[in-house]
Design a protein around this ligand. Structure first.
Ligand SMILES: [Zn+2]
Length: 199
């Protein structure tokens, strides 16, 4: 099942404001905003943008706190290949890819489905990949207080692929490590596990 929930309710005032601006933008770009195919586009785009930026209204720490359990397990927990869709804050174009996250519990574990939700909360904003990586890392570190956290994100950026340099196949990798993952052996074990097909 997709980790993405549908935002069912849209703020009417925001939808109207954004819609009227999209209509202006479409016209300024040289289109006829009143032709049949575009007539409902400003409203659809206004709703899509609210959906894609809904992370501003959700507290990621609360999501983790809602499913933390006391547990003595103290081996590495890895959630890999978490789908990720975000918007680059420089061009408001998508970047997308995968996040791989690990933590080493220190008395508490968290419901596994909560980690992809934390990714969503920070991805559904205007972002840069570096800050997205850091936001996820710090949220897990500060809330779960594990012995260590690791976050690796691999993403393709439409602003690079569709315009400018047109590096179609380039993937940007960012990573962050806290606690025990700052030790080279632990970090290497994690990197080896996320690059293997056995999981
Ligand atoms: Zn960009």
């Amino acid at each position: 099942m997709s980790p993405y929930r549908n935002l069912e309710e849209y703020n009417i005032k925001i939808t109207d404001e954004v819609k009227s601006r999209y209509k202006t933008i479409i016209t300024e770009l040289g289109e006829d905003a009143s032709r049949e195919g575009l007539i409902k586009t400003p409203e659809r785009a206004a709703k899509a943008m609210q959906f894609l930026t809904q992370g501003y209204h959700t507290d990621a720490a609360e999501i983790l706190k809602s499913a933390m359990f006391k547990e003595d397990y103290s081996d590495m927990v890895i959630i890999k290949d978490i789908e990720l869709y975000s918007l680059c804050e420089h061009h408001i174009l998508p970047f997308f890819g995968k996040a791989h996250i690990a933590y080493i519990p220190d008395g508490h574990i968290v419901g596994l489905s909560k980690i992809p939700r934390v990714v969503d909360v920070f991805a559904r904003r205007l972002q840069v990949q570096e800050r997205l990586t850091h936001d996820i890392l710090e949220c897990i570190n500060n809330t779960l207080k594990p012995k260590g956290v690791a976050v690796v994100i691999e993403a393709s950026h439409m602003c690079m692929m569709m315009r400018g340099v047109q590096k179609q196949n380039s993937v940007t990798t960012t990573s962050g490590f806290r606690g025990q993952f700052e030790k080279i052996e632990t970090r290497n074990e994690f990197l080896k596990l996320i690059s293997s097909d056995l999981s």
